[in-house]
Design a protein around this ligand. Structure first.
Ligand code: PLP
Length: 428
């Protein structure tokens, strides 16, 4: 196959001129399309509308133990809400605390607690001259935003098809006690769609860490977000909690999840799960800052989704909406970029993103060309700590929000921009 790099200068010049004409035509259409953030589409949000009418009378506001959920109390969440979230975080209900509408804020608070107070008797991390954090890349920009906000030094670690490069992780944690944590999106990762292999999970649980208060931040945001219904087409993830217990490091992990992309983002419920000692400490500290989270919303969620089976049935409805979008993105890339060369992308089986690696040095230009043509993408570099992608290559494609016809149009624009940026680069 002849790729752009194989073309003569004249051939490439002619190709670039064609692409410029195509690009000008696209620009003239005055598009306003958005593939920037991983938000559900309106049709997905509609799926959960019945939930909003499940708690309307005073009687509806009673929890199973009779608690009047309109009132203060129950810091760690209703028992039925913990039982329900157990099917997302795979932990015994007593080792779960139900939070508010955002798992990201639970993560933010967990980092803040460790910095201010240490964890399980350890030195507060803020007393170290520097605190370091492992950041698998490409990764989730808001994770990096949290550690950056606290002045924690972020160390990129490459992702492989099986999770973070564990040789590198083991090397980094082995002899530096200021390396305190790692961000992990272990299933259908953001943005790569990677699910950690059993071997990676076991190595994370068992590795020798210089810091005995090292913590794995296990953000299982996409734990039930499969694109395919058949179990054989769904990724399976080993439980980090069980792996840590087996390895003799039961306190090493904090697990997080939420119903943001199950029901309504910003109006869901979240959970943190950890060892009994960690949970006791979390409750003690959390109880200073709140009397308890929104129990009415916990009730709504339990009444609507019930249990693991109810959750899976609901997620299958999301999958039916999302599957064609992901398949469209991948087929547009395959068709549009087959003869271009230097590009690669993920074909995820779940989650919310397609990760696209453009030819080195072109990602910023592609995103800016797309923006000018009316298609907003996640900023180039966003998938790296400090927004610094050293190869200027990775772009996160978020196909969930636009309706199919808009996504179709947006992907045509994107493909044109990739080709134009590469032609420009090769011609110098
Ligand atoms: N974690 C990951 C990996 C995400 O991709 C997102 C949202 O895109 C979140 C957390 C945000 O979760 P929440 O809405 O529960 O704060």
């Amino acid at each position: 196959m002849t790729t752009y790099a194989d073309l003569s200068t004249d051939e490439l010049g002619a190709r670039k001129a064609e692409l410029e004409t195509q690009y000008a035509e696209i620009k003239a259409r005055g598009l306003a399309l958005n593939m920037a953030r991983g938000k559900p589409g309106a049709d997905q949000l509609d799926l959960s509308m019945p939930m909003l009418s499940l708690v309307t009378t005073a009687e509806d506001c009673r929890a199973e133990d009779g608690t009047d959920c309109r009132n203060y109390g129950v810091l760690d969440g209703l028992p039925e809400a913990k039982r329900f979230m157990a099917c997302m975080v795979e932990e015994a209900p007593e080792n779960i605390v139900i939070g508010g509408n955002s798992s990201l804020s639970l993560m933010y608070e967990a980092v803040a607690r460790c910095l201010d107070f240490g964890t399980l008797g350890s030195t507060p991390w803020c007393q170290y001259e520097s605190v370091k954090w492992l950041c698998p890349v490409p990764g989730y920009d808001r994770h990096f935003g949290v550690t950056e906000a606290f002045g924690i030094e972020m160390i990129p670690v490459p992702m492989t098809a099986e999770g973070p490069d564990m040789d590198e992780v083991e090397r980094l944690v082995a002899d530096d006690a200021s390396v305190k944590g790692i961000w992990c999106v272990p299933k259908y990762s953001n943005p790569g769609g990677v699910t950690y292999s059993d071997d990676v999970v076991r190595r994370l649980a068992a590795m020798e860490c210089a810091a005995d208060d090292f913590r794995i931040f296990w953000d299982n945001a996409y734990c039930v977000h499969h694109l395919y219904d058949d179990a054989a087409d769904q990724d399976q993830l080993l439980d980090i909690g069980a792996a840590c217990r087996e390895a003799g490091n039961p306190d090493r992990y904090f697990k997080f999840a939420s119903t943001s992309k199950v029901t309504h983002p910003g109006a869901g419920i979240s959970a943190i799960a950890a060892s009994p000692d960690n949970i006791a400490e979390i409750k003690k500290r959390m109880g200073v800052g709140t009397i308890g989270y929104d129990k009415l919303n916990q009730l709504r969620h339990v009444k609507f989704l019930h249990d693991a089976e109810g959750l899976a049935a609901h997620m299958a409805k999301h999958a039916a909406i999302l599957r064609p979008k992901f398949e469209l993105v991948v087929s547009k890339l395959e068709e549009g970029l087959a003869d271009v060369g230097g590009c690669s992308w993920s074909s995820p089986r779940g989650g919310y993103f397609v990760s696209f690696d453009a030819p080195e040095g072109t990602a910023k230009r592609i995103v800016s060309l797309a923006k000018e043509a009316g298609v907003t993408m996640t900023g180039a570099g966003a998938t790296w700590p400090y927004k610094q992608d050293p190869r200027d290559s990775n772009i996160r494609i978020a196909p969930t929000l636009p309706p199919l016809d808009e996504l179709d149009a947006a992907m045509d624009v994107f493909v044109c921009c990739v080709k134009l940026a590469l032609a420009e680069k090769l011609l110098g």
